[in-house]
Write a protein of this length. Structure first.
Length: 213
């Protein structure tokens, strides 16, 4: 199972430290949570210019996907593309023009992923069948780490998998060793985990165990 460590911090130095640690234990990707305090109740790091230092070095590091939990993702997309991220996750509850976002991402060779909040009906994702083959099911309320996985999201995953057999489906929020098998069985391709990895005494071991699900 592909596992992507999620990083939700307010200080970029902490993000840099976790990116290095994720690389050290073999993660091919990291997931950076960005929130503006408007789409979410809290504010996390959200300065794409900080990434310039990472890409300027010759040190190897995981690919970066950025999860834009912001009120106006259309307005900030260009900044993140310029920053060099490899995958951009935007919410159907906030995006205004998916076609334009898809075009811009395509110009940079960046993957566009459409995400939904727990309370958003799966139909909101189904209508974007022709716009992307990649989705993220957020199984907790956006913004705050450490929340419990909402079991009713399993049905949303199953429906997406049935409707889009070839889609890539990420699941983010409350993912741990106990629920990972059910999430995989429902049809997920990628597990995004923060607390289950970084809250462990041995993040590398936690990452490896999740990968073995």
């Amino acid at each position: 199972m592909q596992v992507i460590p999620a990083i939700n911090e307010t200080i970029f130095s902490e993000i840099e430290d976790k990116i290095k640690k994720a690389h050290a234990f073999g993660a091919g990707w990291v997931h950076l949570d960005v929130s503006d305090g408007k789409f979410t109740k809290n504010t996390l790091w959200n300065n794409p210019k900080d990434l310039a230092g990472i890409y300027a070095t010759r040190e190897q590091h995981p690919h970066i996907e950025v999860h834009l939990m912001v009120e106006n993702p259309d307005e900030v997309l260009d900044d993140w593309l310029d920053a060099g991220v490899k995958r951009v996750i935007v919410h159907v509850e906030a995006v205004k023009d998916v076609d334009v976002m898809k075009m811009k991402c395509g110009m940079f060779g960046v993957q566009l992923v459409l995400a939904s909040n727990p309370d958003t009906p799966v139909e909101q994702l189904l209508k974007y069948k022709d716009d992307t083959g990649e989705f993220l099911i957020l199984a907790v309320n956006p913004g705050l780490a450490g929340q419990k996985f909402q079991e009713n999201q399993l049905e949303k995953i199953k429906t997406l998998r049935q409707k889009f057999p070839d889609a890539k489906i990420e699941v983010d929020g409350g993912v741990n060793l106990e629920n990972a098998p059910k999430i995989k069985e429902a049809g997920a391709d990628i597990l995004v985990a923060a607390s289950a990895i970084w809250g462990s005494k041995d993040p590398k071991e936690a990452y490896n165990k999740l990968s073995e699900v």
